[in-house]
Design a protein around this ligand. Structure first.
Ligand SMILES: Nc1ncnc2c1ncn2[C@@H]1O[C@H](COP(=O)(O)OP(=O)(O)OP(=O)(O)O)[C@@H](O)[C@H]1O
Length: 312
């Protein structure tokens, strides 16, 4: 009976609060990260993202609220051993080699990870040829790559990454994106705090937007970005074809340019069906361009709305 229960979410927290003296850092945050889900935490400087992460990991004690990691209290050693963490401010023992740092973290996690697998982990973050070099001689970006390897090495079920690409060059950022996608494929849950919205938009299943210590919005990208527009450039549009376009969604026209605002419940066949019908009605279709509001635009809208309604 128990075996049939679905596994507990990777992260579950409810109504977290944290004050530093008179400053409220976190003000009633609840969120979950499902198994194998990649969730992005977004928000302006000082929104409370790092504080939430530290509460989740048991590094900061909340004033109120409950946390479960992998179904267990955050301080439970079982849960801790299965969580990989890259802190925002990272520093590793400068006198150790990269391989020794990983060996140390594997020992701390109490997991048997053979040296070959540890090397693969260094290779995954682009440090294969630096395994024997001391960390003290690493650039900042290389130390951040090592931090990612530390977060990955003990076969975690959940990885929490606080600004994992802040020191990385564009190739490093692309590597991290690929890494996150491969973790997702392996069913590892990821909580990602990043200011790089494009990065979040590419890899995250869901996004939680924090502002002034509260959840300002959350949902899948579809839910948050909502309606999609389709821009078409067409010739030979009869009244019947125009009616077909209008049936697909709200229609505006400027000469040969048509814009259809598609409803939220459209599926993968909506656009190809529309194009096939238009061609069938004798329309010549020059371009079909789906346009979606970007996460950055949506984030700015949400934060500006919060400011205009703000009395604090
Ligand atoms: N150790 C601390 N002592 C006092 N205040 C703190 C401490 N840590 C965080 N704060 C305050 O809590 C608030 C939230 O900070 P936090 O670091 O969680 O924000 P953040 O969203 O991660 O910001 P950023 O994007 O700049 O990293 C800020 O007002 C900050 O000044």
């Amino acid at each position: 009976m128990v075996a049939e229960l679905p596994p507990a979410p990777a992260v579950w927290c409810s109504d977290l609060h944290k004050r530093y003296r008179r400053r409220t850092a976190v003000d009633g945050v609840s969120l979950t990260v499902g198994r194998g889900e990649v969730v992005g935490l977004l928000g302006p400087n000082g929104a409370g993202k790092t504080t939430v992460i530290k509460i989740l990991l048991g590094l900061v004690r909340p004033g109120a609220g409950d946390v479960l990691l992998l179904g267990r209290p955050a301080r439970d050693p079982y849960a801790r051993a299965r969580v990989g963490y890259l802190p925002e401010l990272f520093r590793y023992q400068p006198w150790l080699t990269a391989a020794e740092v990983l060996a140390l973290h594997v020992r701390l996690a109490g997991v048997a990870v053979p040296p070959r697998e540890r090397l693969e982990c260094l290779a995954a973050v682009g440090l294969a040829d630096r395994a024997g070099d001391r960390v003290g001689g690493f650039s900042k970006g290389m130390q951040q790559r090592l931090g990612l390897a530390v977060a990955l090495v003990a076969r975690p079920e959940l990885i929490v990454l606080d600004e994992p690409t802040s020191a990385l060059d564009p190739i490093g950022r692309a590597d991290v994106r690929d890494l996150l996608l491969s973790l997702k494929d392996r069913g590892v849950a990821v909580l990602l705090n990043s200011h790089l919205i494009g990065e979040v938009e590419r890899v995250c299943d869901r996004v939680v937007i924090l502002d002034k210590g509260q959840v300002a919005a959350s949902g899948t990208l579809e839910e948050l970005l909502g309606r999609r527009e389709l821009r078409l450039r067409l010739d030979g549009v009869s009244a019947e074809a125009e009616a077909r376009l209008a049936a697909a969604g709200r229609l505006t026209r400027s000469g040969s340019s048509f814009t259809v605002t598609l409803p939220a419940d459209q599926d993968t066949t909506t656009v190809p069906d529309l194009v096939a019908d238009l061609v069938g009605l004798g329309v010549r279709v020059h371009t079909v361009e789906p346009v979606r509001i970007s996460l950055e635009e949506r984030l700015l809208d949400i934060l500006r709305d919060g400011q205009s309604g703000d009395s604090r």
